[in-house]
Design a protein around this ligand. Sequence first.
Ligand code: UDX
Ligand code: UDX
Ligand code: ADP
Length: 463
Amino acid sequence: MKIKSICCIGAGYVGGPTMSIIAQKCPGIKVTVVDVNEKRIAAWNHPDVNNIPIYEPGLSEIVAEARGRNLFFSTEVDKAIDEAEMIFISVNTPTKTYGVGKGMAADLKYIELCARQIARVAKTDKIVVEKSTLPVRTASAIRDILDNTGNGVNFQILSNPEFLAEGTAVEDLLAPDRVLIGGDSTAEGQEAIAELVAIYANWVPRDKILTTNVWSSELSKLTANAFLAQRVSSINAMSELCEKTGADVNEVAKAIGLDSRIGSKFLKASVGFGGSCFQKDILNLVYIAKTYGLNEVADYWEQVIIMNDHQKRRFAKNIIKTLYNTVSGKKITFLGWAFKKDTNDTRESAAIYVADDLLAEQAEICVYDPKVEFEQIQTDLNYLETRSETLNGSGVQVKTDVYEACHNAHAIAVLTEWDEFKTYDWQKIYDNMLKPAFVFDGRNLLDKTTLEKIGFIYQAIGS
Ligand code: UDX
Ligand code: UDX
Ligand code: ADP
């Protein structure tokens, strides 16, 4: 069999870009992305491709090329399942907010609903691919549901974790470091693996497509994210020590990064990592380790999260301390709200937690982010349930002009490393701020010498 029809359940940050690239690279395969969220699907189908719901450099162009040709976005989940030979599950798997494993385990509710729906609808054999980040052994749970509630058709379950990073999703998908596919060792399992390999082989060199058993594949995804997050927490831990000792964390990062065993990437000290994956995946790992009684393993990885929380908190504390121990009634301008540059995603962004701490001290926050809107910022703050929605609403304003955002501010805090922040007229910003004018650079993005020459009091992370 050669796959001719694919369905992807979940039109989010993973499903949307991944399926767009598959459709672009495999014009002979019909790719249908479905979602229960009607607004999201309508946005994917918006006549102006610049209105698709996800901001990713280069993505609109790819959607423009493939949409309507062999790429479709729809809310008709049953129909798409029925038609497809291969079904990707790419729904969200947030951390549980209730019951056993609260705050740690992944909530598999959406995955289970998908599996039950596939079982109910499928009348022909299907290959089911788990694409969402999932705890190890989820594939076997999906299999249980499919085999026990299905219509007697055969299912093969593959694990195909996605390693794309937001902001560079298109690049990462077009030229991945590797593609990982886990499946059963049975003949049918190997056949299913070969079908998926054949799809990726349309643009990914064969030696970059790894095949493993399902559990290695599932665990590799969690491990990769845990290692990446651990590097950020490690350099952030050193940043605090640098501040005390007079060392400069950028110099330290450069010096260690030249050791080929360490490597230079992912060593940028920051206000703390965010994003939908790192924290969730590590918590997941911690939960699994605890489930097996591996307390030392659990504690080891939990420390990565503890360090990250500390980094966010100490950034806020330093702002308060530096502004003469009070920010009450003071305007503090945030440059950036997204969890990193080149994305409109704000999930777990450090900005949310820094804002929360400053609001607790009655600061007046003004946000400028090139891609994030007021409603999202309010949703993020309200989700914490620290204070009433009314107080969050009155404590934070959003401006679409950066100079207006900085006007009469006591301090500026850089929370996201958007390139455009480097290009501003900082003299003009300084002239319109209250004095002394402070800049707290949570991304070590701006040039210290230039800013100090203008008159700013400039503080970076780790120096
Ligand atoms: C180390 C540093 O590598 C070196 O740069 C520094 O100058 C001195 O400390 P060394 O202790 O001589 O060098 O050897 P190294 O190769 O780093 O191994 C240290 C230990 O780690 C060994 O016991 C080695 O077996 C172990 N190791 C290393 C592993 O268990 N797994 C690995 O992947 C690598
Ligand atoms: C991550 C993984 O990189 C990706 O492979 C996986 O598929 C999903 O999770 P993502 O969360 O989109 O991707 O972005 P990433 O570039 O990894 O950044 C995560 C967070 O770490 C961001 O908040 C970023 O600003 C921060 N970070 C990253 C640092 O603070 N310093 C660094 O050196 C690198
Ligand atoms: P990710 O970053 O993992 O892609 P998102 O939250 O961006 O996560 O996207 C997941 C999408 O999956 C959401 O748009 C959500 O509406 C969709 N979804 C969740 N459960 C189902 C379901 N049972 N059927 C269809 N779509 C679903």
